[in-house]
Design a binder for this molecule. Sequence first.
Ligand SMILES: Nc1ncnc2c1ncn2[C@@H]1O[C@H](COP(=O)(O)OP(=O)(O)OP(=O)(O)O)[C@@H](O)[C@H]1O
Ligand SMILES: [Mg+2]
Length: 323
Amino acid sequence: MITISNVQKSFQDLKVLKGVSLQIEDREIYGIIGQSGAGKSTLLRCINGLEAYDSGEIIVDGTLVRTNDKASLRLLQKRMGMIFQNFNLLERLDVYDNIALPMKFWGINPRSPESRSKITDLIHLVGLDDKIHVKPRELSGGQKQRVAIARALVLDPPFLLCDEATSALDPEITKGILSLLQKINREMGITVIVVTHQMEVVKQICGKVAFLSDGRVLSEGKPEELFIKPSVPEIKSFLRDGSELLPETGVNIQLFFFGPGAEQPIVTQMARELGKDFSISWAKLEDFRENVYGSLVLNVQPEDAESVCAFLDRKRIYWEVLD
Ligand SMILES: Nc1ncnc2c1ncn2[C@@H]1O[C@H](COP(=O)(O)OP(=O)(O)OP(=O)(O)O)[C@@H](O)[C@H]1O
Ligand SMILES: [Mg+2]
C-alpha cells in the first residue's frame, strides 16, 4: 500500500505539488490523470524517490520514502519497476540483455539458469519470444515498450509505475499494452500506477483514478464516477470534446446512466407516461472496462421541467439541470 499525505514540492520558486494526498491499495490499477504540467510525473518521481519532496509523507508498505537514506532508497527502487514514454532501452544491447540490466545492477548473474528462466518467462509474457536476440532499432514502438515492461519486472517488484507509457503509441498498439498491464496486475498481483493525460487509458484499465490539476488532487474515485458525472469545472473542461452545443431555449437536463437499471427504456417510458414532447440534444456512451455508462441531455419546455425531474426521481435516474 502507498499512502501519500499532504506532499508539497517546489522547483525553486515554482510550487509543483501543493499538498497532495491519496492512497493506493495493493493490487489495484491506480490512474493519475491531468493536463500537461499538472505535476503528475513529479508526483510519480517522488513516490519512487527519484525526486525529493519538501514536506508531507510518502509511505510505501510501511516505509517512509526518504531520498537522503541511499541504502533504503535503493531497496525501495528495487521494489518499483518503472516504464516511460520513450522506453529508455540501450541500443547496443539485445532484448535479452536489456531485460537483464537491473540484474547486473544488483550483482545477479543474468546467465545463471534461474536468471535465464526468469528472463525467458518474461519475454514470453510480453509476447516477444521470436525477438530475444534482436536489437531495439529493429523493434516497433509497442515492442520496445514490451521490452521495457519485462525489464521493469525482472526483479519481481510488487509495484509497477508507468509514466505516459502509451502516449507515443497509436490506439491499437496502446490497447495491446494496456491489456498486458492488466494481465500483469491480475495474474502476478502487481500494483500498477498509471500516469497519463489520456482518458482512454484510465477508462480501459484503472479501478481508481485521481485527477490532478495545478499540483492538487481535485477529485478521486472510480473512473466512471469522475468522467460520467464530473463534479469539478476543471474536469469538465478537461473532458470537453466540443460536442456539447446545447439549445439556448428550454431547459437542458442531463441524465446519467450507470450501474443496474441503466438499461431501462427511460426515454420512451417518459414520453408515454407524461405525454410530453422533448428532444435529445446530446448523448454519449462510454466504455469502462466491462461496463458501458451513458449520459443524455434532454431539452424540455420550461413548464415541463418539474414533472420530468419528478419522473426521473421516481425512476432513480441521476440528473442535473445544466446552466
Ligand atoms: N527538474 C525540474 N526543474 C524545474 N522545474 C521542473 C522540473 N521538473 C518539472 N518541473 C516543472 O514542474 C511542473 C510539473 O511538471 P511535471 O513533469 O510533473 O508535469 P506533468 O503533469 O507530468 O506534465 P506532462 O503531462 O507534460 O508530462 C512543470 O511546470 C515543469 O516545468
Ligand atoms: Mg509527465
